[in-house]
Design a protein around this ligand. Structure first.
Ligand code: SF4
Length: 484
């Protein structure tokens, strides 16, 4: 399954977490375990932690959810005061332990582990070049390309194993890659974090007493009671050692044109996160308010497709004056068994996850708010479910523009032909999902609600305006390189 077909959503591919504890605390792996737990929504197929006690790197990775992979016994085997961790969602064919991260290796510069969120666009050509020079790859992940590039660097005037050597190798490797990366490196003596110059994927910096923390989202900081300090800036590299934190730029001046993923604000990030310096919940509610202005309709009740549609539905209700109620209830107890069901039970997928509340919907004109439509199959089932619960009318409102282009920057999307909005008009989609009306947030409405310039964001999956070139033909699996 190339994406989350039951829920008909594009999928975030990875989350990263790292902690550098000043002093000799042995807690780093435990904090990382908690941090990964708070980032579980960013990847559910594999997870891993690499820790260091200053003498060696210690690794544990596995397939499954964070709570399934780690227990007191495995965490006890990850000693030391610093660690990085990774959660990963993989595409078909690449769901294998060998692609789980962090990847830990020994190279001329010493021991290093890497955890990556994003997707490198020139990974295939770099890999071909490196293989021609004799490199042997252990994974099909693009992330490993960074390690091989690091191994080819011979920085002058710095001792192998020193932080200066590692930092110079990282700097040189990242100069050669193009694409989306929020990436963490752990050595025996330092934690290094970097974000690509466009800032496609998020990365935040936090502080827990004297320890520095790096994480994909602030929810990971909240869980361990760390303070949010700031974002790692697009194009910034931070090097954290016992002596403190040092920041440098990977590119020359800070560019005005950024590519922060606007879909993180719409759907991927948790609503309790501060993302790109803003409250995700507040922004989603503002999308809903704008949607109510752009696509008003007379109705009796506003409901959400839970959980991701809730903030926008609250905003829609607030702006329209129509009461918000809980018309759909989500089951939180679906195991991963149902993430990839057999065809015979796939029909029940949506019903397993959602159920309609007849007392809210019976005899009502209903506005149902969701964050996005990918193929439309789930929306159709949800509209039917609402009608079956007695709704007189069902008006579907989407708090993002139509998704018409695939993502190449670290989000797993189906082929363009499978994106319903790429091949159908809004009226045709409304007819397919059997809604009385359908309204999407416009791209202008999106930025009006954000209150920010388009120059700060990537919106390529809505506009086709790709900020970085990508290979024209994606090779068939399993050769496709997938991001972390
Ligand atoms: Fe995000 Fe869409 Fe850009 Fe991908 S193409 S980075 S999902 S806004």
């Amino acid at each position: 399954m190339a994406y989350d077909a039951i829920h008909d959503k594009m999928k975030e591919e990875c989350g990263v977490f790292g902690i550098w504890a000043v002093g000799k605390s042995e807690e780093a792996a435990n904090f990382t375990y908690l941090g990964l737990h708070a980032l579980q929504h960013r990847g559910q197929e594999s997870a891993g932690i690499v820790s260091t006690d200053g003498r060696a790197l210690h690794v544990h990775r596995g397939m499954g959810l964070v709570a399934e992979i780690f227990n007191a016994e495995t965490l006890a085997k990850l000693p030391g005061g610093a660690a990085i961790g990774h959660v990963r969602y993989s595409t078909a064919g690449a769901s294998h332990i060998k692609n789980a991260q962090p990847i830990a290796v020994q190279y001329a510069g010493g021991a290093v582990a890497v955890a990556h969120n994003g997707n490198l666009l020139n990974a295939e050509s770099l890999r071909a070049e490196l293989e021609a020079q004799g490199s042997i790859f252990q994974t099909t992940s693009d992330t490993e390309v960074i390690l091989h590039l690091m191994a080819r660097v011979a920085p002058e005037g710095v001792a192998p194993g020193s932080t200066a050597h590692h930092a110079a190798s990282v700097r040189a490797a990242l100069k050669r890659v193009s694409g989306a990366y929020s990436v963490l490196f752990l050595t025996e003596h330092a934690l290094i974090g970097a974000r690509d110059p466009y800032g496609f994927r998020p990365l935040v910096l936090g502080k827990l007493k004297e320890s520095w923390v790096l994480a994909s989202e602030t929810t990971a900081l909240d869980l361990i009671e760390a303070q949010y300090v700031r974002e790692v800036e697009p194009g910034e590299m931070v090097v954290i050692e016992d002596g403190g934190l040092r920041s440098e730029r990977l590119d020359a001046p800070q560019r005005r044109r950024l590519g922060r993923c606007v879909f993180e604000q719409i759907y991927f990030a948790r609503p309790d996160s501060i993302l790109f310096g803003r409250s995700v919940h507040q922004i989603r509610a503002a999308f809903g308010e704008q949607l109510a202005k752009d696509h008003p309709i007379s109705a009796d009740v506003v409901i959400a497709v839970p959980d991701s549609g809730v903030p926008a539905a609250i905003g829609y209700a607030r702006a329209s004056g129509i009461p918000y109620d809980m018309g759909l209830v989500r089951s939180h107890y679906i195991g991963r068994t149902f993430i990839e069901p057999q065809q015979s039970i796939r029909h029940f997928g949506v019903k397993l996850k959602l159920n309609a509340v007849r007392s809210v919907l019976d005899g009502k004109r209903v506005i149902v708010v969701d964050d996005s439509i990918v193929r439309g199959t789930t929306s159709r089932k949800i509209v039917k479910m609402i009608r079956d619960a007695g709704a007189k009318e069902v008006h579907l409102r989407i708090s993002s523009p139509p998704t018409v282009w695939p993502c190449y920057y670290g989000i797993d999307t189906p082929n363009r032909q499978e994106l319903i909005a790429a091949t159908h008009t809004v009226d045709e989609i409304a007819s397919y999902v059997t809604a009385n009306s359908l309204g999407y947030l416009s791209i202008e409405g999106l930025y009006a609600a954000l209150g920010e310039e388009r120059l700060g964001y990537c919106d390529a999956c809505f506009t086709g305006n790709y900020l970085l070139k990508f290979p024209q033909a994606r090779p068939a699996m399993p050769l496709r390189l997938v991001g972390g």
